[in-house]
Design a protein around this ligand. Structure first.
Ligand code: HEM
Length: 485
């Protein structure tokens, strides 16, 4: 009897996380019926309920971590229980049953895919070997901007295109020009379907019905067909070419097909798995890097002194050279700090990617039910005045004298996440962003078009649907800079 009594007591005394009151069936959805972006709203709620709180949205328990301490608990201490992703309808339908790296459940299948992509596409060695693609595309970008002849150029579109070309050429090889256009427009539409909080995903038992009623089910199926047709075409080209690619560097499709043919994996790859991985890489790489580059340019336009300092460093490195080598780029210390500061203020994934709790667990002594969806508000951590001096100011020098980096070991600064599911594309992303920004800042001086009202007026409003981006496209005038020998 005492044992039963004791057992019952521990069960009842499990500490529940604080959070807003909830309605039957809807939970606390009313808390999000504001015009605020989700990460801003979660930040305000954390001020009321603490840096680890829970909020029930529809049928799903969300847990929100908003401090380095709670982030560490999620991404390190309990990483093993929280390393899976939730099932989201759009990723299921368009992403071949969540078969890519980003949303496949934690386990052997995910482990082997991640290993293949890290070794064959994202390692430092591979990123260096694929440098020729970056340089070719970077030079093409400079040419295109130069040919605008003083008319405003839409940098939002150009950054999106160059990020996408870089990853598609790496994944598909060179001959994907025609397919790429179709693919890019389907992908843009897909990204709009991926926000973290789609109503259909908040009521898992009714998600199919809801998506039929709001029409998204038809849209998803259409996008899946479009993506599928393009991917089929690309794969067929690679299969026809077979192993006889001659001197050509293997691209991601070649690698996956080779591994599939060999059949040595513990969990064999189907053709849908191959397509899911390719799609995943493209989605993961395109908007994150292009949005970051847009924010970098926006912040530099608002801070002319920082712009001059960045340009001076780059132009010094370029002096007497026709092109920069990888070593020159990695030596651009101040540009690196500018990107770090940009990612502190404008992380493209402000809530990282959601994790799901594979079994009931505890976080900082609080009970977390199985299947709870856990997010880390890195946007809020990046703006916390207890961590960052004057957090609303753009000040790259703050990173000069500390040991923060992108690897996710310091929970005050984790724009790429941390733990088992940390972003595997950091080296790839930085190499592209540093080169493209370096070229643009070396070759041009930049002005805000008169119609946008001058420096102070540059609109910085953000929009969040899956990633945070500028609400308005960034359009600037590029004035060619006379390059001295
Ligand atoms: C500025 C650029 C980028 C940022 C800020 C970024 C950020 C992130 C974040 C926050 C996550 C989730 C991490 C977590 O859950 O802890 C992630 C996952 C991922 N990223 Fe990136 N990313 C960027 C660029 C890239 C690039 C260029 C690639 C590939 C070429 C890439 C591939 C991936 C993949 C495959 C995942 C899923 C990893 C997994 O679930 O195991 N990312 N990224």
């Amino acid at each position: 009897l005492p044992i039963i009594f004791f057992h019952g007591q521990t069960k009842n005394t499990k500490q529940l996380l604080p959070g807003p009151w909830k309605l039957p069936f809807l939970g606390s959805i009313h808390q999000l019926l504001t015009r605020e972006q989700t990460h801003h709203r979660f930040h305000r709620l954390s001020k009321q309920y603490g840096d680890l709180f829970s909020i029930k949205l529809g049928g799903v328990d969300f847990v929100v971590a908003s401090s380095p301490c709670s982030a560490r608990a999620v991404l390190n201490t309990q990483d093993h229980v929280l390393a899976s992703r939730p099932t989201l309808l759009a990723v299921e339908v368009i992403g071949y049953n969540s078969g890519g790296i980003g949303f496949s459940p934690y386990g052997q299948y995910w482990r082997q895919l991640r290993k293949i992509c890290t070794q064959e596409l994202l390692s430092s060695r591979k990123v260096k070997a694929l440098g020729f693609i970056r340089y070719e595309e970077g030079e093409r970008l400079v040419e295109k901007i130069g040919s605008a002849g003083g008319a405003p150029v839409n940098l939002t579109e150009m950054f999106m295109a160059v990020s996408n070309i870089q990853i598609t050429r790496t994944a598909f090889g060179k001959e994907c020009g025609r397919s790429r256009g179709r693919f890019l427009s389907a992908m843009k539409e897909t990204l709009k379907l991926l926000p973290m909080l789609r109503v259909a995903d908040l009521f898992p038992s009714m998600s199919f019905l809801i998506s039929c009623l709001d029409g998204s089910s038809f849209q998803m199926k259409r996008l899946r067909r479009e993506m599928d047709a393009v991917l089929d075409e690309i794969i067929e080209e690679h299969v026809m070419r077979g192993e006889d690619g001659g001197e050509m560097e293997e691209d991601l499709v070649d690698v996956l097909l080779r591994i599939q043919r060999k059949g040595e994996l513990q969990v064999p790859l189907t053709m849908d798995n191959v397509k899911a991985v390719i799609l995943d890489m493209l989605v993961a790489a395109t908007e994150t890097t292009s949005n970051t580059m847009c924010w970098v340019m926006s912040e530099l336009m608002r801070h002319p002194n920082i712009m001059s300092k960045t340009q001076l460093e780059i132009r010094e490195a370029f002096r007497g050279k026709t092109r920069l080598e990888d070593n020159d780029i990695s030596g651009l210390r101040y540009l690196h700090l500018v990107i770090m500061e940009t990612l502190r203020m404008h992380p493209p994934l402000p809530l990282l990617l959601p994790r799901t709790c594979s079994e009931a667990t505890e976080l900082l002594g609080f009970h977390i039910p199985a299947k709870a969806r856990v997010v880390v508000n890195v946007w809020a951590i990046g703006r916390d005045p207890m961590i960052w001096k004057d957090p609303e100011s753009f000040w790259p020098e703050r990173f000069e004298e500390n040991s923060r980096d992108f690897k996710g070991n310091n929970y005050e600064y984790i724009p790429f996440g941390s733990g088992r599911r940390v972003c595997p594309g950091i080296t790839f992303a930085m190499a592209g962003m540093e080169l493209f920004l370096g070229l643009l800042l070396n070759h041009f001086d930049w002005k805000i078009p008169a119609c946008d009202g001058g420096l102070e007026e540059l609109d910085m409003e953000e929009e969040f649907d899956g990633t945070t981006r500028r609400k308005k496209d960034l359009c600037l005038i590029a004035v060619p800079h006379e390059i001295l020998g």
